[in-house]
Design a protein around this ligand. Structure first.
Ligand code: FAD
Length: 355
């Protein structure tokens, strides 16, 4: 298996922060994964599986052992009523979306231009414009380091919910997703309810929907290649009905989304925006000018500066709204992934500057 020592990760994370791994492994077969299962770093959990690094923040100068899978390939099986598409985990997500539409297989168009790999898509059940990965997932192949074997997980076993799956919980840091199988009914219907897509005609083609999604995303979100970022930094918080009622009296225009549980989801970006933090800067990092939910690195920022900025935002939101917002982005320290609340080594931010 290919591996390299003292590997610089700056080009492998969309925040473009510097960090070095003592060793990076590029497994491309089950044999490779079986070898990795024997490694000390793996048996003691001090490693990180890296896709394209668009939802990962290296918070220290040193990173743990990195496993960067290389499982490629796309194949299509046509049934009477549906297509099944089997995809290697290391394929690029957006290229998969474009490939499917080109082949006349529709459904993923609302998920166009989401950065990252196919293998990371089930981990946080990626979603956008009213559609999520779970809507098309038939199964996920997962190599479990604990048993050194490949298991097939049905969509139900993946336990998908909003930005959640079993891979963030019971199977967290337990193994590598090698491929996913997606299913697409032939009787496709465009999903145009989301703001921005509702201006398309009801008979819009999948390609037109994809182009519209790309247009909206390009107008709203900074391209990580031009302004390094990891998309939405925080998840939308879900609060109790009683807290929501109090807040709603004070802020009648507050965007809110009632949940089946009786709780209410709030828009993290709106909360941050109310505090006037949009466009604010600390050293070389800041809150994006147009999107309060996106933190950006203006060039020389370090992981610990982004963490400091995120802690500052979290604290300000809590002080003002009594709502705790949690990062969607994964934090990786020297010994592996770390909980945001456990991070102690970060730049202390007391205020942001505005141009
Ligand atoms: C500009 C921008 C816009 C974005 N918009 C959206 C959006 O609209 N919706 C959305 O949901 N997300 C969005 N994101 C977040 C990001 O695109 C997704 O989280 C994506 O799935 C990350 O893919 P990645 O390969 O870069 O993951 P990485 O950051 O490399 O990894 C993310 C997680 O997946 C795990 N992982 C990766 N590959 C594997 C594997 N093969 N096996 C097991 N675990 C693995 C990692 O260990 C980590 O826990 C956006 C990000 C950016 C930069």
């Amino acid at each position: 298996m290919i591996s390299e020592q003292d590997y610089a990760l700056q080009a492998l994370n969309s925040f473009n922060v510097k960090s070095n791994s003592s060793t990076i492994y590029f497994p491309s077969s089950i044999d490779d994964l079986q070898q990795l299962a024997q490694l000390d770093a793996v048996t003691c959990g001090q490693f990180y599986i890296l896709g394209e690094g668009s939802n990962s923040l290296f918070v220290q100068d040193k990173a743990p052992v990195i496993i960067k899978p290389k499982f490629m390939g796309i194949s299509i099986q046509e049934g009477v009523d549906e297509y099944r598409v089997t995809v290697g985990a290391s394929e690029n997500w957006h290229q998969l979306v474009a490939f499917c539409i080109n082949e006349g297989i529709y459904g993923l168009e609302n998920l166009a231009l989401i950065p990252g790999s196919v293998g990371a898509a089930p981990v946080q059940n990626i979603g956008a414009y009213g559609v999520e990965f779970a809507d098309f997932c038939l199964k996920v192949d997962f190599f479990d380091f604990n048993t050194s074997s490949l298991v097939e997980l049905s969509a139900q076993a993946c336990d998908f919910s909003y930005r959640e799956s079993i891979f963030k919980h019971e199977l967290h840091n337990r193994g590598v997703i090698t491929q996913v199988v997606l299913t697409f009914p032939k009787n496709w219907q465009a999903k145009l309810t989301y703001q921005g897509l509702d201006e398309l005609p009801a008979n819009a083609s999948a390609k037109e929907v994809m182009q519209q999604v790309i247009k909206i995303r390009q107008s709203k979100l900074p391209d990580p290649n031009e302004l390094p970022n990891a998309g939405s930094f925080f998840k939308n918080p879900v609060v109790s009905q009683s807290l929501f009622s109090q807040l709603h009296k004070q802020y009648p225009n507050m965007p809110h989304y009632p949940q089946a549980s009786g709780e209410v989801k709030l828009a993290a970006g709106w909360l941050i925006d109310q505090l006037g933090l949009k466009g604010g800067r600390f050293l070389h990092v800041g809150v994006h000018q147009k999107q309060a939910l996106v933190l950006v690195n203006y060039g020389q920022g370090a992981g610990k500066d982004v963490v400091g900025l995120a802690k500052y935002i979290q604290q300000r939101v809590f002080e003002h709204f009594a709502v705790t917002i949690e990062p969607e982005v994964r934090m990786i320290g020297e010994l592996g992934e770390q909980a945001f609340n456990d991070l102690t080594d970060f730049s202390v931010v007391s205020e942001l500057t505005h141009d």
